[in-house]
Design a protein around this ligand. Sequence first.
Ligand code: ADQ
Length: 464
Amino acid sequence: CERSDGRVSKQRLLVVANRLPVSAIRLGEDSWQLDISIGGLVSALLGIKQYETIWIGWAGVSVHDDIGQRTLTTALADKRCIPVFLDEEIVQQYYNGYCNNILWPLFHYLGSPQEDRLATTRTFQSQFDAYKEANKMFANVERNKKMKVGWFLHTPFPSSEIHRTLPSRSELLKSVLTADLVGFHTYDYARHFVSACTRILGLEGTPEGVEDEQGKLTRVAAFPIGIDSNRFIQALELPQVQDHMKELVARFGGRKLMLGVDRLDMIKGIPQKILAFEKFLEENPKWRDKVVLVQIAVPTRTDVPEYQKLTSQVHEIVGRINGKYGTFTAVPIHHLDRSLDFHELCALYAVTDVALVTSLRDGMNLVSYEFVACQASKKGVLILSEFAGAAQSLGSGAILVNPWNVTEVASSIGKALDMPAEEREKRHHQNFTHVTTHTSKEWAATFISELNDTIVEAHLRTTH
Ligand code: ADQ
């Protein structure tokens, strides 16, 4: 951008997401502790240096008083963050209610039990109103008509037949179409979005995107996300990671190690995965004392009843199987309800023989990418759900499964454990090449460059 004084400044990139990359804890009337949380989106954008990046979002805490709001705003400004102040009621209605209870299950094709459906139907309007209210609060932070808007969805976008059941179906589509660029993880999600616009709004879909009645084009495309693969590859050389690896080998060394790493969410198919493992043990007595499944499940959305039910369900299944196949010295499943730190996670990925990713639906699934990045020496096998976006990129190297088909997953476990070294190497090589070339940095750069191109197109439209 050329400024009025003739100097060139960096273009500004405003990243708007529900949560800031920083969580705030109040220590006193005007003092704050800020904890940085590095997630997929943060690390993707860290590689983008040519923009002056500012984050807009909720800091994870309700602040009602002026002093609190003022001092938190100042503290966050140092981290290039602008807070949106949401109160408890709005968070409950907009985030826990509309986002997590309505949109999340619907977009992942998970129907809810009938009585939950009815309860949701009753509360739908107030939750949707809160959602709109929250969105307005985010938008009000930086209103600028000249600004170009790129919108990226991290979840799947479902078939238009599913989206049609949403009472707010048209309003949502119309709002998304006000963006200049709309991005999804896969071509299928982009196609579903375009058909929803055609069937529900009657708008024309073109190879480029969707055109409204006035001829304004919203560009729609697929931008599959990736990871910062070097961060994982380099971590494996660190002494603390090597130490963790040695501990794990000493602990599980005599047995083949299978691994699941997921947020404890119904979309991840954790009960289905464990039932498939049980079936495998049932049908393959010779493997019973030679294999162990380590399932790391980080609890999320713990205040939502559906998630509490899932936790008890998983504990019950794990307890039953360990009771059935465990001995005084070993159990077949180690289930941990917690997150691991980065170094522990890398070590675990590196010593694993078979990773099991059995999401019932998943926008992409980065765990599968992280596992592949850490397997340069072991060349283990990835069993991957065909319903994860990652199946489209890692499908030829992984063993693809339908997670609902317990028999199929159980036999894939056997196939993975018995796979000859040569085939494992070939499959790993395909996946590793993909993961190290389609990185998060490349994802962010492509999305932003495409958004910039829409700026050029818009400029041409207005000057011709
Ligand atoms: P998630 O549903 O969170 O992301 P995923 O893509 O697998 O799923 O990312 C999870 C991240 O959390 C990974 O970086 C993983 O290492 C970490 N993680 C998970 N469990 C952990 C544990 N127990 N301990 C430590 N770390 C753990 C959403 C969508 C996905 C999409 C991403 C990015 O649901 O489909 O791939 O956003 O767009």
